[in-house]
Design a protein around this ligand. Structure first.
Ligand code: ADP
Length: 152
């Protein structure tokens, strides 16, 4: 059974995340979208909303579940018996960041492989932080998020 964890803040989930997840469905038996809770980083949207949006958005995908976790991603992978970490790559900046995290995770837990999917070109400029900027300034960011996400 191939189990992947897709870790992130998903604050909020975007159509970029959604696309990576849907494209990964044929690759894994199970994908756990794992919302990391960072003690000293306050989120913009409450965890309950972020989970509900993801649940609703993927309700027709039986192999996709959503969980929250705190602590190291590799420790969460051990708990849920995931052999894969899924991440999306938009730019060379993403690559440099992901390279270091992925190589450290491999040292911490050699049984885990990080699998990267390249973002679609039209999603390269979409980030949760840009969406938070738009929303906090009263703009309409609905085109950048899945239909299940109600930003206001
Ligand atoms: P983090 O807080 O770990 O950066 P995010 O929720 O921002 O979490 O992102 C989770 C994963 O989704 C990361 O691998 C990130 O590179 C990827 N990602 C973010 N935005 C996009 C996008 N627009 N297209 C494809 N992948 C994306």
């Amino acid at each position: 059974m191939k189990i992947a964890v897709f870790p992130g803040s998903f604050d909020p989930i975007t159509i970029g995340h959604e696309s990576i997840i849907k494209r990964a469905v044929p690759l894994f038996d199970k994908i756990i979208i794992a919302i990391g809770k960072n003690a000293d980083k306050k989120s913009y949207f409450p965890i309950e909303k972020r989970i509900a949006w993801i649940k609703e958005g993927f309700k027709d995908y039986p192999s996709i579940t959503v969980s929250e976790y705190s602590g190291l991603t590799v420790d969460f992978c051990k708990i849920v018996k995931a052999q894969y970490i899924l991440r999306g790559l938009r730019t060379s900046a993403d690559f440099e960041f992901e390279r270091s995290v992925g190589q450290i995770n491999k040292q911490l837990y050699p049984e885990v492989e990080t699998i990267f999917l390249l973002s679609l070109p039209e999603h390269t400029s979409i980030s949760s932080s840009t969406i938070r900027d738009i929303v906090s300034n009263g703009g309409d960011a609905s085109r950048f998020v899945p239909k299940s996400v109600t930003l206001i």
